[in-house]
Design a protein around this ligand. Structure first.
Ligand SMILES: [Zn+2]
Length: 157
């Protein structure tokens, strides 16, 4: 459950689907092989993040369904112009559930949500290598939003 605290803040960004587009509501499919198609989608996601990225922006991320591809692919900002590709993420454990203020490029405004601030996630990189990583703080909040996207959920739900 969430609460909209600031309405109509964000303008839609070119190429990012806006709610209520039905493609944002589908459960995305698992990536079986990292092929040309997957690389193309990742390339598009990274180029959008590069456009949106500013040095003062701490948390930035996007998921494949937001650009109309229902595949379990997420890209998050690690540092300025440094992005991490997360394929087929699986939540191993989440904790530290607290309120957070979040915005989403598929929605207008900001929302007060409840989010884990600690998440352990297993995922694949673009080389097919499996990783287990712990995300803490704002990055965990961001990751929760992106994990919701690939399951067809939005922070406004
Ligand atoms: Zn979002």
């Amino acid at each position: 459950m969430s609460l909209q605290i600031i309405a109509n803040y964000r303008k839609p960004y070119k190429g990012i689907l806006q709610d209520p587009d039905p493609r944002l509501r589908k459960v995305s499919e698992k990536v079986n092989t990292v092929d040309k198609h997957v690389h193309k989608i990742v390339g598009m996601l990274i180029s959008i993040l590069k456009e949106l990225d500013k040095s003062h922006l701490l948390w930035l991320g996007i998921s494949a369904p937001q650009i109309g591809h229902n595949l379990r692919i997420i890209v998050i900002k690690k540092a300025y112009r440094d992005y991490q590709v997360i394929v087929n993420p699986e939540i191993i454990k989440q904790k530290w559930f607290l309120p957070a203020i979040s915005g989403c490029y598929s929605l207008k405004g900001f929302y007060l949500i409840k989010s884990p601030y600690w998440s352990k996630v297993k995922f694949m990189d673009l080389n097919g290598k499996i990783h287990t990583e712990t995300f803490i703080g704002g990055t965990a909040v961001l990751l929760k939003q992106e994990l919701d996207h690939i399951n067809g959920r939005l922070i406004s739900d």
